[in-house]
Write a protein that binds this ligand. Structure first.
Ligand SMILES: [Zn+2]
Length: 213
Protein backbone atom coordinates (compact mmCIF):
# COMPACT_ATOMS: atom_id res chain seq x y z
CA UNK A 1 0.00 0.00 0.00
CA UNK A 2 2.69 2.43 0.96
CA UNK A 3 4.63 1.27 -2.07
CA UNK A 4 1.78 2.33 -4.31
CA UNK A 5 1.24 5.62 -2.52
CA UNK A 6 4.79 6.91 -2.80
CA UNK A 7 5.84 5.13 -5.98
CA UNK A 8 8.97 3.68 -4.41
CA UNK A 9 10.05 0.32 -3.13
CA UNK A 10 9.69 0.30 0.64
CA UNK A 11 11.29 -2.35 2.80
CA UNK A 12 10.26 -3.02 6.33
CA UNK A 13 12.79 -5.44 7.74
CA UNK A 14 10.53 -6.58 10.56
CA UNK A 15 7.53 -7.45 8.41
CA UNK A 16 8.16 -11.21 8.44
CA UNK A 17 5.64 -11.61 11.26
CA UNK A 18 2.28 -13.02 10.25
CA UNK A 19 -0.69 -10.63 10.32
CA UNK A 20 -2.43 -10.92 13.70
CA UNK A 21 -5.84 -10.88 12.00
CA UNK A 22 -5.75 -12.90 8.78
CA UNK A 23 -2.53 -14.81 9.55
CA UNK A 24 -1.16 -14.04 6.11
CA UNK A 25 2.63 -14.18 6.13
CA UNK A 26 4.57 -12.12 5.46
CA UNK A 27 2.33 -9.13 6.00
CA UNK A 28 3.13 -5.57 4.97
CA UNK A 29 3.58 -2.76 7.45
CA UNK A 30 1.93 -0.82 8.90
CA UNK A 31 -1.24 -2.19 7.25
CA UNK A 32 -1.70 -5.80 6.14
CA UNK A 33 -1.90 -5.83 2.35
CA UNK A 34 -4.32 -8.75 2.42
CA UNK A 35 -6.98 -7.84 5.02
CA UNK A 36 -6.23 -4.15 5.66
CA UNK A 37 -5.70 -4.55 9.43
CA UNK A 38 -3.26 -2.17 11.12
CA UNK A 39 -0.35 -4.15 12.56
CA UNK A 40 1.38 -3.52 15.88
CA UNK A 41 4.47 -1.32 15.84
CA UNK A 42 7.44 -3.73 16.07
CA UNK A 43 10.02 -3.17 18.80
CA UNK A 44 13.44 -1.96 17.81
CA UNK A 45 12.67 -0.27 14.49
CA UNK A 46 15.08 2.55 13.73
CA UNK A 47 13.65 5.93 12.73
CA UNK A 48 14.69 5.12 9.16
CA UNK A 49 12.95 1.75 9.24
CA UNK A 50 9.85 3.31 10.80
CA UNK A 51 9.52 5.52 7.74
CA UNK A 52 10.48 2.72 5.35
CA UNK A 53 13.71 4.47 4.34
CA UNK A 54 17.26 3.26 3.80
CA UNK A 55 19.83 4.54 6.36
CA UNK A 56 21.01 7.55 4.33
CA UNK A 57 22.70 10.51 6.03
CA UNK A 58 22.30 12.88 3.06
CA UNK A 59 18.65 11.79 2.79
CA UNK A 60 16.49 13.05 -0.05
CA UNK A 61 14.10 15.46 1.68
CA UNK A 62 11.34 14.98 -0.84
CA UNK A 63 11.49 11.23 -0.41
CA UNK A 64 11.40 11.67 3.36
CA UNK A 65 8.34 13.93 3.12
CA UNK A 66 6.57 11.57 0.70
CA UNK A 67 7.10 8.58 2.95
CA UNK A 68 5.95 10.52 6.00
CA UNK A 69 2.75 11.84 4.42
CA UNK A 70 1.92 8.50 2.80
CA UNK A 71 2.17 6.81 6.20
CA UNK A 72 0.13 9.57 7.86
CA UNK A 73 -2.63 9.08 5.28
CA UNK A 74 -2.55 5.33 5.73
CA UNK A 75 -2.82 5.61 9.52
CA UNK A 76 -5.23 8.55 9.68
CA UNK A 77 -7.98 7.88 12.29
CA UNK A 78 -10.66 8.41 9.59
CA UNK A 79 -9.34 5.33 7.79
CA UNK A 80 -9.85 3.20 10.88
CA UNK A 81 -12.96 4.76 12.36
CA UNK A 82 -15.09 1.59 12.24
CA UNK A 83 -12.33 -0.76 13.29
CA UNK A 84 -11.82 -2.39 16.66
CA UNK A 85 -9.86 -0.71 19.43
CA UNK A 86 -6.88 -3.00 18.87
CA UNK A 87 -6.30 -1.33 15.51
CA UNK A 88 -6.81 2.15 16.97
CA UNK A 89 -4.12 1.41 19.55
CA UNK A 90 -1.71 0.07 16.91
CA UNK A 91 -2.47 3.03 14.68
CA UNK A 92 -1.69 5.43 17.52
CA UNK A 93 1.61 3.65 18.26
CA UNK A 94 2.64 3.93 14.62
CA UNK A 95 1.61 7.59 14.40
CA UNK A 96 3.64 8.47 17.51
CA UNK A 97 6.72 6.63 16.16
CA UNK A 98 6.33 8.13 12.68
CA UNK A 99 6.06 11.69 14.01
CA UNK A 100 9.12 11.23 16.22
CA UNK A 101 11.13 9.70 13.35
CA UNK A 102 10.13 12.51 10.98
CA UNK A 103 10.96 15.21 13.51
CA UNK A 104 14.49 13.83 13.97
CA UNK A 105 15.31 12.85 10.40
CA UNK A 106 14.12 16.06 8.76
CA UNK A 107 16.69 18.12 10.71
CA UNK A 108 20.28 17.47 9.49
CA UNK A 109 21.77 18.18 12.94
CA UNK A 110 19.41 15.85 14.80
CA UNK A 111 19.79 13.29 12.01
CA UNK A 112 23.60 13.43 12.30
CA UNK A 113 23.38 12.98 16.06
CA UNK A 114 21.02 10.04 15.56
CA UNK A 115 23.31 8.38 13.00
CA UNK A 116 26.22 8.65 15.47
CA UNK A 117 24.01 7.14 18.15
CA UNK A 118 22.93 4.29 15.81
CA UNK A 119 26.61 3.49 15.23
CA UNK A 120 27.37 3.80 18.95
CA UNK A 121 29.90 6.58 18.47
CA UNK A 122 30.71 8.16 21.83
CA UNK A 123 30.83 11.93 21.33
CA UNK A 124 31.01 12.93 25.01
CA UNK A 125 34.81 13.13 25.14
CA UNK A 126 35.27 14.76 21.75
CA UNK A 127 36.84 18.23 21.78
CA UNK A 128 35.89 20.82 19.19
CA UNK A 129 38.72 21.70 16.81
CA UNK A 130 38.63 25.50 16.48
CA UNK A 131 41.31 28.14 15.79
CA UNK A 132 43.11 29.02 19.04
CA UNK A 133 42.36 32.75 18.85
CA UNK A 134 38.65 32.16 18.40
CA UNK A 135 38.50 29.78 21.39
CA UNK A 136 40.51 32.19 23.53
CA UNK A 137 38.35 35.22 22.70
CA UNK A 138 35.28 33.12 23.44
CA UNK A 139 36.59 32.47 26.96
CA UNK A 140 37.08 36.24 27.42
CA UNK A 141 33.58 36.83 26.12
CA UNK A 142 32.17 34.39 28.69
CA UNK A 143 33.96 36.15 31.55
CA UNK A 144 31.40 38.97 31.20
CA UNK A 145 34.10 41.65 31.45
CA UNK A 146 34.07 44.75 29.27
CA UNK A 147 34.84 44.03 25.66
CA UNK A 148 36.10 46.46 23.07
CA UNK A 149 33.99 46.89 19.98
CA UNK A 150 36.91 45.99 17.75
CA UNK A 151 37.56 42.67 19.52
CA UNK A 152 33.86 41.96 19.42
CA UNK A 153 33.64 42.60 15.66
CA UNK A 154 36.76 40.54 14.98
CA UNK A 155 35.38 37.66 17.00
CA UNK A 156 32.07 37.84 15.16
CA UNK A 157 33.77 37.79 11.78
CA UNK A 158 36.03 34.90 12.67
CA UNK A 159 33.17 32.93 14.19
CA UNK A 160 30.96 33.37 11.10
CA UNK A 161 33.83 32.26 8.86
CA UNK A 162 34.33 29.17 11.04
CA UNK A 163 30.60 28.37 10.90
CA UNK A 164 30.70 28.51 7.09
CA UNK A 165 33.86 26.37 7.04
CA UNK A 166 32.29 23.74 9.30
CA UNK A 167 29.00 23.72 7.37
CA UNK A 168 30.91 23.01 4.15
CA UNK A 169 32.13 19.76 5.69
CA UNK A 170 28.69 18.25 6.03
CA UNK A 171 27.75 17.48 2.41
CA UNK A 172 30.99 15.60 1.58
CA UNK A 173 30.73 13.67 4.88
CA UNK A 174 27.11 12.72 4.16
CA UNK A 175 27.92 11.62 0.61
CA UNK A 176 30.84 9.53 1.76
CA UNK A 177 28.78 7.98 4.55
CA UNK A 178 26.09 6.98 2.06
CA UNK A 179 28.69 5.45 -0.28
CA UNK A 180 29.58 3.09 2.58
CA UNK A 181 33.33 3.55 2.04
CA UNK A 182 35.53 3.70 5.16
CA UNK A 183 32.68 4.11 7.64
CA UNK A 184 34.83 4.38 10.81
CA UNK A 185 36.74 7.33 9.37
CA UNK A 186 33.56 9.03 8.14
CA UNK A 187 31.90 8.57 11.52
CA UNK A 188 34.92 10.21 13.19
CA UNK A 189 34.63 13.14 10.77
CA UNK A 190 30.91 13.38 11.48
CA UNK A 191 31.52 13.36 15.23
CA UNK A 192 34.11 16.13 14.84
CA UNK A 193 31.69 18.14 12.69
CA UNK A 194 29.06 17.79 15.43
CA UNK A 195 31.47 18.81 18.21
CA UNK A 196 32.41 21.94 16.24
CA UNK A 197 28.79 22.64 15.35
CA UNK A 198 27.77 22.46 19.00
CA UNK A 199 30.35 24.95 20.26
CA UNK A 200 29.85 27.29 17.29
CA UNK A 201 26.12 27.35 17.85
CA UNK A 202 26.69 28.10 21.58
CA UNK A 203 29.07 30.90 20.55
CA UNK A 204 26.50 32.41 18.19
CA UNK A 205 23.86 32.31 20.95
CA UNK A 206 26.16 33.95 23.48
CA UNK A 207 27.13 36.59 20.95
CA UNK A 208 23.47 37.36 20.21
CA UNK A 209 22.78 37.74 23.94
CA UNK A 210 25.67 40.15 24.43
CA UNK A 211 24.71 42.05 21.32
CA UNK A 212 21.29 42.77 22.87
CA UNK A 213 22.69 43.94 26.20
ZN1 LIG B 1 -4.08 -9.47 7.35
Amino acid sequence: MLKKAVGVEVHFPHSQLACWKCRAAPSDLPVCSRCGAVQDFPDGLSHYETLGLGPSLALNEEELRNHYYALCRELHPDQHIDKESRQSIYSLRWTTAINKAYQILRDPIQRSQYVLQLHQVDTAQLKPALPFKLAETYLDLQSDGPMGKEIFEDFKKEMLAEIVKNEQQWDPIARQFDSGVDRPSVLRQLAQYMANQKILSAMANDLNKRWKE
